[in-house]
Design a protein around this ligand. Sequence first.
Ligand SMILES: NC(=O)C1=CN([C@@H]2O[C@H](COP(=O)(O)OP(=O)(O)OC[C@H]3O[C@@H](n4cnc5c(N)ncnc54)[C@H](OP(=O)(O)O)[C@@H]3O)[C@@H](O)[C@H]2O)C=CC1
Ligand SMILES: O=C(O)[C@@H]1CCC=N1
Length: 259
Amino acid sequence: MGEAVLAGSLRAGVVPAHVVATGRRAGRVAEVAERHGVRGILDNVEAVRDADVVVVAVKPKDVAGLLASVGDALAPHAVVVSVAAGLSAAFFEDRLPAGQPVVRVMPNTPAAIGAGMSAVSAGTHASAADVATVLAILSGTGDAVEVPEAYQAAAGALAGSGPAYMFYVLDALAEAGVAVGLSRELATRLAVQTMLGSARLVAETGEHPALARERVTSPGGTTVQGLRALDAAGVRAAFIAAVEAARDRTNEIAAELEA
Ligand SMILES: NC(=O)C1=CN([C@@H]2O[C@H](COP(=O)(O)OP(=O)(O)OC[C@H]3O[C@@H](n4cnc5c(N)ncnc54)[C@H](OP(=O)(O)O)[C@@H]3O)[C@@H](O)[C@H]2O)C=CC1
Ligand SMILES: O=C(O)[C@@H]1CCC=N1
C-alpha cells in the first residue's frame, strides 16, 4: 500500500528527489527506489529527519514500535499520515511528540494506477492546510474524500477492502463464463470490461445503481432470471455481511492494539 501511495504522490507532482522510501529489507527498498527514482534507505530515523510529510504504511501491529523509534526525529510541523487499518489518529498522537499533526487515511490498492479511493480524517492537531497537503498528495492516487474519523472503519470496510470483493466477483464471473462454455481468457475479458464499464456508467451519469440495473432488465427477458438467481443465493445480504465483518474486524484491531 505504501508503494501505491508513493506512486500516486509522484503522479500528483511530488518531485522524486524529495522522496525517501524506507523498508526493512534492502532488496525491497532498492526495488522501490529504482522503480520510482526515489532515494531508498533502511534507516527510518534518517528518513523522517527534515521531512514535511511522513507516510506510515506498516502493518497495524508494527506501528507502535515504529513511532517509538522515529518520534524524536520528527520536525514539529511534519504531518504524519497513517494508512493503518483500525488505528485512530489518537493512537498516533499518544505515541508522538505533543502537538504533532496526524492525518488518518484509508486508501485502496487501485491507487497504484491512479484509480484509488481514499477516506481522509484529520487528527486533533492537523490543520486545514495539513489536510489540504495530504489531499493534494492523494490526488495522484485517484479520488479522495474527507470524512469524520468515526466513519473510517465503515469506509475502510467498503472501499479499503472493496477491491478484494471486486476481484472476487471478477473471478466468480469469469468462472461462470467458463461454466457456460467460454474460454477462460474470453470470459475474463468480458467480465473485466463489464465491471469497468458498469462502474464508469454510474460514475459518469450519476444514475442510481438500482435504476441502471433496471435499464438492463427487460420484462420477461434474460437478466431478470440472472438477478433472481443472485437474490435466491442471498448475494445482496452477503455483501452487507462482508462489509459488516470487515468493519467489525477493524474495530477489533483497534481494541487489540489500543488496549
Ligand atoms: N493492502 C491494502 O489493500 C491496504 C492496506 N492498508 C494498510 O496499509 C498498511 C500496510 O499494509 P500492506 O501494504 O498490505 O502490508 P505489507 O506487509 O505489504 O507492507 C508493509 C511494509 O512495511 C514494511 N515494514 C514493516 N515494518 C517496518 C519498519 N519498522 N520499517 C520499515 N518498513 C517496515 C514491511 O516490510 P517486509 O516486507 O519486510 O515485511 C512491508 O514491506 C497496513 O497498516 C494496512 O492496514 C490500508 C488500506 C488498504
Ligand atoms: O485487509 C486489511 O487489513 C487491509 C486494510 C484494508 C485493506 N486491506
